[in-house]
Design a protein around this ligand. Structure first.
Ligand code: ATP
Length: 234
């Protein structure tokens, strides 16, 4: 398997505080990889380091055969990486404006075409396209967050806790939308506390105190005592 994304010994943190202690990780093209871990395990820190919002202090990050760990975030985005933060959208912008932002680096005609396709997938958003994102329900905001990152047809989509703040019924909707709307060409790296997302994953990693504790296929993670311990206290 040749990796689209490769982390090798990645270290990162905030000021004097080191959080990631040598992370090795791979994501292949088109693969869905789940990043599991308890509160404060370092999942968000890992995604921020990957998109370039935090400095990679040690080790290397390679995307499509190229070292990207010294590049600015916009240069990483131009290479086909998209990041959906936990907040996901700008509440004071309209739905149209949020989606347009997701396609900021693309030709206008392409964004228009892609937007029309996305409004077919998300009809509830199409009906409210001139409304502020802040007026949407939590579930609809997540859908907008997903539409916003999908507009650019990224090669690698990073998602930070897409389930956060959502009732179980909306979590299921998010999982269904991800299953049906992500094209085969897009790899997904999802940081989650909710093990329901395992059903989407080809493989995954359990992060613990900034280190990889377990890595394996979905079946291996489901059978892992460490995952059970972290999530169910068993
Ligand atoms: P959660 O699910 O709670 O978001 P996480 O696995 O995403 O957890 P991180 O947000 O990466 O965890 O946090 C890892 C550690 O880094 C925590 O101890 C946290 O307190 C610390 N941390 C996060 N952001 C900052 C910051 N801006 N400054 C200092 N420490 C931070």
């Amino acid at each position: 398997m040749s990796a689209l994304l490769e982390f090798s010994g990645v270290e990162s943190g905030y000021g004097p505080l080191q959080i990631l202690w040598g992370i090795d990780m791979q994501v292949a093209a088109g693969e869905t990889v789940l990043l599991l871990g308890a509160n404060s395990a370092g999942k968000t820190t890992l995604l921020r380091t990957l998109i370039g919002l935090l400095k990679c202090r040690g080790g290397s990050i390679t995307f499509d055969g190229e070292r990207i760990d010294a590049l600015a975030p916009d240069q990483r985005i131009r290479r086909g990486i998209a990041f959906m933060s936990e907040l996901g959208v700008f509440p004071t912008l309209t739905i149209d404006e949020n989606i347009a932002l997701g396609g900021y680096f693309l030709p206008e005609a392409q964004v228009r075409r892609r937007k029309a396709e996305l409004f077919e997938i998300f009809p509830a958003l199409a009906a409210k396209r001139r409304a502020h994102a802040g007026s949407l329900s939590g579930g609809q905001r997540k859908m907008l967050g997903i539409a916003k990152v999908l507009v650019a047809q990224p090669r690698l989509l990073l998602m930070d806790e897409p389930s956060s703040g959502l009732a179980p019924v909306f979590v299921k909707q998010v999982i269904d939308v991800l299953r049906t709307s992500i094209g085969d060409g897009t790899a997904l790296l999802i940081a989650e506390q909710n093990v329901a997302f395992l059903e989407l994953a080809d493989r995954g990693y359990l992060i613990d105190h900034g280190r990889v504790r377990v890595s394996g296929t979905r079946a291996e993670l489901e059978a892992s005592d460490a995952v059970r311990e972290t999530y169910f206290g068993l």
